[in-house]
Design a protein around this ligand. Structure first.
Ligand SMILES: *Cc1c(COP(=O)(O)O)cnc(C)c1O
Length: 352
């Protein structure tokens, strides 16, 4: 460990992103939940239109047109919407803004592993709430326990979702705490709790354009909540980096949010591929959790997940495996195009 690192840096256990192939490598990439289809042509046009001399100027620090588009779509007041450089940044700002040493953060024991990384970075204690045996979130435990709350809904990597009514029970039980609901995958078949924002001042909903809007490469995330919570995020942002979205990201976000028609058809394709792949995997003896996302979380009683991953990788297909307790015999399979999934399925069948 370098002598130049401070205590904070020394103590960090950074998040490990899924493998991104190097230049020249051609894998079927179904390991990081990216969208297999391109962004809307209108998004590409909007970006191209903005590649001009105006890039010498700073972008709007409040990412106005992007936030306006998000606010209009969800019928929210503009001051209840925050935009950041990917929802990871929005989450990091939220932890910095609302959590500290004096109160624990409650998170599911199996969830997006960035949450505990942010807790450590911000020196916040967390308490893991065990998923139930069937991998659903234990809502009663979240209602019972004291502390701020962070839940991904649908949850990752389990792919399963809670109903809005269940989230509402948690909100009611935590009036003095901040409840963050990370809806990275909500567009693939779960219900958003954005509709609760005007009734619960303790609710912060986080969304991203990386998954269902095919813009992982642009880094655009949003949060919405009470004006109070969004003010808190702005205090952090303006003490850290005033220009979180660049000029191209701002116009891309606006165009993506406005092109519902294009994205609805993309989502429909992904969901129908998901259901087809799921039934084929079940046919092959795999257990597949009930997915409301663009990925499947699968296991096989007689097969070793890590071995399957290695076999797939050797044959040009990347999937994700987490060496974590309870889920170390599971694989997370992103839904790609039908052709990509056929290749994946034929490899899986050849293993028999
Ligand atoms: C992908 C993902 C994110 C991060 O999304 P970005 O906007 O690309 O930073 C956040 N939360 C969950 C649960 C995710 O799966």
């Amino acid at each position: 460990m370098s002598k130049f690192f401070n205590k904070r840096t020394k103590n960090l256990i950074p998040y490990v992103p899924g493998e991104q192939p190097k230049e020249g490598e051609t894998f079927i990439k179904i390991n990081t939940n990216e969208c297999p289809y391109p962004p809307s042509p209108r998004v590409i046009e909007a970006i191209c239109r903005s590649v001009n001399e105006s890039l010498r100027l700073y972008p709007a620090p409040d990412a106005y047109v992007a936030r306006k588009a998000f606010a209009n779509k969800h019928k929210l007041p503009l001051e209840c919407v925050f935009a950041g450089n990917g929802s990871d940044e929005v989450l990091a700002f939220s932890f910095l803004a609302f959590f500290d040493k004096n109160k624990k953060v409650l998170i599911p024991d199996i969830t997006y592993s960035f949450y505990t990384v942010y807790c450590d970075l911000c020196e916040v204690e967390y308490k893991k709430i065990s998923l139930k045996e069937d991998f659903t979130i234990d809502v009663d435990a979240f209602v019972r326990e004291k502390g701020n709350v962070v839940i991904a809904n649908p949850n990752a990597p389990t792919s399963m979702a809670l109903d809005v009514g269940e989230i509402e029970r948690i909100l009611k039980a935590h009036p003095e705490d901040v409840v963050i609901i990370d809806e990275a995958y909500v567009d693939f078949g779960a219900d958003s709790c954005i509709g609760l924002v005007d009734r619960y001042d303790n609710l912060l909903v986080v969304q991203t354009l990386s998954k269902s809007r095919a813009l992982a490469g642009m880094r655009i995330g949003f949060a919405c909540g009470s004006k109070e919570l969004v003010d808190g995020l702005n205090r952090i942002k303006d003490s850290f980096n005033s220009y979180t979205l660049d000029r191209l990201a701002i116009v891309a976000a606006e165009a993506a949010i406005k092109d519902d028609e294009y994205y609805e058809s993309v989502i429909e394709k992904i969901v129908s591929t998901r259901e087809r792949v799921k039934s084929e995997l079940v046919e092959l003896g795999y257990q597949v959790l009930d997915s409301r996302t663009n990925f499947l979380f699968i296991t096989h009683k007689e097969k070793n997940a890590e071995e399957i991953m290695g076999y797939l990788r050797a044959n040009g297909v990347l999937v994700r495996h987490f060496k974590t307790y309870r889920i170390d015999n599971y694989l997370r399979i992103t839904i790609g195009t039908d052709e990509e999934m056929d290749k994946f399925l034929s490899l899986i069948k050849d293993m028999e």
